[in-house]
Write a protein of this length. Structure first.
Length: 141
């Protein structure tokens, strides 16, 4: 997934695949033990192949900590409903297990596929957070 430049252009602070592997190893060692949640691999049921990731990060926006929905699906697996299904699962987990009241998503302004997905999930645009990214929020009920 990280070999595809169409994917890595949307990954914050992506340098190269070796750096990304090291970041992921550190993330696995630390995030799950500290928070009890993080990003989960997405495996296609029919093939057993890893097709992406989806889960929860913590994000500070204007001095306030939020749960952030994050997802990435490899190019070949996009458009098949995998991201939608995974995001619904994560949103249910946030609501039922973590008793979250709201969740955010930060989407690159040029990432039209993700903007369309986040709107499909009923997130609302809040504001631009910098020249390249927009903040969306969903109130969980």
């Amino acid at each position: 997934m990280y070999i595809e430049s169409e994917m890595t252009s949307y990954i914050q602070n992506f340098q190269n695949i070796n750096d990304e592997k090291e970041k992921l190893k550190a993330y696995i060692r630390n995030a799950y033990n500290f928070f009890g949640y993080g990003l989960w691999l997405l495996i296609e049921k029919e093939t057993g192949k890893i097709i992406g990731e989806c889960g929860i990060q913590n994000r500070d926006i204007d001095g306030q900590n939020y749960f952030e929905l994050e997802y990435a699906i490899n190019i070949q697996s996009q458009g098949k409903g995998h991201a939608t299904e995974a995001c619904y699962f994560v949103l249910e987990y946030l609501k039922n297990e973590l008793e979250a009241k709201e969740v955010i998503a930060i989407i690159g302004k040029e990432n039209i596929k993700s903007i369309n997905l986040i709107k499909k999930l009923d997130f609302e645009y809040i504001k631009d957070i910098n020249t390249d990214e927009q903040l969306y929020m969903l109130m969980l009920q």
